[in-house]
Design a protein around this ligand. Structure first.
Ligand code: GRG
Length: 300
């Protein structure tokens, strides 16, 4: 029987070990040696503490097509590096100006702003190098599809564009639909890319890919709803960072437009819709089922 606690713990352990190996002087060096301070800042921004949910989604989507977890690890690492870079940049004074992340000082606090920018840039760049490496997948066509998928999810029409919309929306006046679009881009796009990358590793046909894309979009919406709810209900201790900040900044969240109870109702509906997309996959999709349920119940 599928065991979510074992899966998420095993994934986090595998990601941590593989990230630590990647963020070592040898893999990072090119025509010249990677500077020690940069490596340290990259490690600070990515090792220890993350839930590793995106690599988990990659492996769970790949599992539907009988791809062993080890074969989904490199693609998962690439997504996780993008996620970590986005957090490092998001915490900067020019963006959210956060002092704490995952219960520790943010990278710009532990180092300085310039180092944090460069550490984020280097994580971003290394992610695509990982996908281009034959160790990721033996078939070059699959590797190219993975690169394209991650670029789409993380770029101007995805995560980075969502961050831009979020900043533009801080002045207020976004409609609930505009907030949903912003969130689908800012956090949903990388969740969508993670699931689709797992499906691409598994050689999914067009129909399976479109079903999994719908699942991923709903799961991303659930993740963001839960995040908005946690921003107002969780304590700084459980989150390892300041809470209530989005609300206090007047940020455009779904709790602000739907109210807390409205957001909770919407979250339950969204989880049920995500679960219903997976009907055709049987027990092989139990991982994806458990993860979207976890999104709704998580406490940090
Ligand atoms: C700066 C280019 C750029 C993009 C930033 C994703 C993002 C865009 C900013 C993060 C801001 C934020 C806290 C958004 C809420 C959703 C989110 C991504 C939460 C953190 O993700 P988790 O819970 O974190 O997966 P861990 O620490 O477990 O990895």
């Amino acid at each position: 029987m599928y065991d979510f606690s074992a899966d998420i713990a095993d994934c986090a352990k595998a990601v941590e070990a593989a990230l630590a190996r990647q963020l070592d002087a040898a893999p990072l060096s090119g025509p010249g040696p990677a500077p020690a301070r940069l490596i340290q800042a990259m490690r600070h921004g990515s090792l220890e503490g993350g839930k590793r949910l995106r690599p988990l989604l990659v492996r769970q989507a790949a599992a539907i097509f009988n791809i062993p977890a080890a074969q989904a690890l490199t693609a998962g690492l690439a997504v996780e590096m993008i996620h970590c870079y986005s957090l490092v940049h998001d915490d900067l004074p020019a963006m959210d100006n956060d002092d704490l992340r995952r219960g520790r000082p943010t990278v710009h606090k532990a180092y300085d702003d310039a180092t944090a920018i460069l550490a984020g840039d280097a994580l971003l760049t290394h992610a695509f190098g990982l996908l281009a490496d034959p160790a990721c997948h033996p078939d070059a066509a699959v590797r190219i599809a993975l690169v394209a998928e991650l670029a789409t999810g993380s770029g101007a029409g995805g995560m980075v564009g969502g961050q831009m919309r979020d900043i533009e929306g801080e002045a207020g006046g976004l409609s609930p639909d505009e907030i949903s679009t912003m969130q689908a881009m800012k956090t949903g796009a990388l969740i969508r890319a993670s699931v689709r990358m797992g499906a691409l590793l598994g050689g999914a046909d067009a129909r399976a890919l479109s079903v999994l894309t719908l699942y991923a979009e709903l799961a991303g919406r659930a993740f963001q709803l839960a995040d908005d709810i946690l921003d107002v209900t969780a304590t700084a201790e459980t989150m390892g960072k300041a809470t209530g900040k989005d609300a206090a900044l007047g940020k455009q969240t779904l709790v602000a437009t739907l109210g807390l109870e409205g957001a909770r109702t919407r979250l339950n509906q969204t989880v049920n819709e995500a679960l219903s997309t997976l009907r055709t996959f049987g027990p092989k999709a139990d991982g994806l089922r458990a993860t979207v349920r976890y999104f709704a119940s998580r406490e940090n």
